[in-house]
Ligand binder design. Sequence first.
Ligand code: BTN
Length: 263
Amino acid sequence: MTSVAPLIGCRIHAHGEVSSTQTVLAALASEGAPEGTVVTARHQTGGRGRRGRRWWDAPGESLLLSILLRPPIPPARVPQLALVAGLAITDALEAGAGVKARIRWPNDVLVEGRKICGILSETMSVDAGRVGHVILGIGLNVNQTAFPGELEDRATSLRLVTGRAHEPDRLLSAVLEALDRRYRAWLAGGFACLRDEWRGRSRTTGERVRTPDGRFGVAVDVAEDGALLVDVGDGVTVRVVSGALGEELPEHAREVERDAARH
Ligand code: BTN
């Protein structure tokens, strides 16, 4: 059997404390770091989440990493990378910890309905209509036994769901291996070739959601290009593309659910 050298994780820069692994890797990328370069940290003082939020971590209890990608694609396809990463994380949780997880479109990874992993995709450069590089950030809750404030009833960790501590290095290997495999498959065949598996792990299909233009509907499927298809009634299906506005959608879905429960 022939084995191919891994692309993702070809170089790993492991840090103790940084402001954000995204920032550290952005600097390496601008110095010409190769595709697949990874930056990890035990703790971030300025961890970034989507939509300008902070990403909280307790030192040493999370897997915090950023991965440099240089895919030869137009910017419109970049949102698919977060879907690919979500699928890879579910693979890694099963292989590295025996935990079955679900994906909330576009890319939150949930276990027992609570968020265990967040994924941030930042396009750092575009040149002549092509992507220069993308930095994928992954924050996986590993050994936390409690979460502060508003996260308390929304987040979970591997330790909380399995009742035992986990070794971050073992999980890092599982994550890199899964990302390497899924990213190569995506480069070769696009999201279409991962779509059926993604659907099988989707938690969003069947949920009530609100589209970015304010209509309510039911998420019915994910398209070959990764867009969420929402049935808004009267035979109309709306395509929601992952990105700044599309990412609002699952939050709205929960608001709708909460409102429905109150009435
Ligand atoms: C989300 O909002 O769900 C995405 C969170 C992404 C957090 C990770 S942790 C490692 C990397 N560095 C950051 O500052 N953010 C990402």
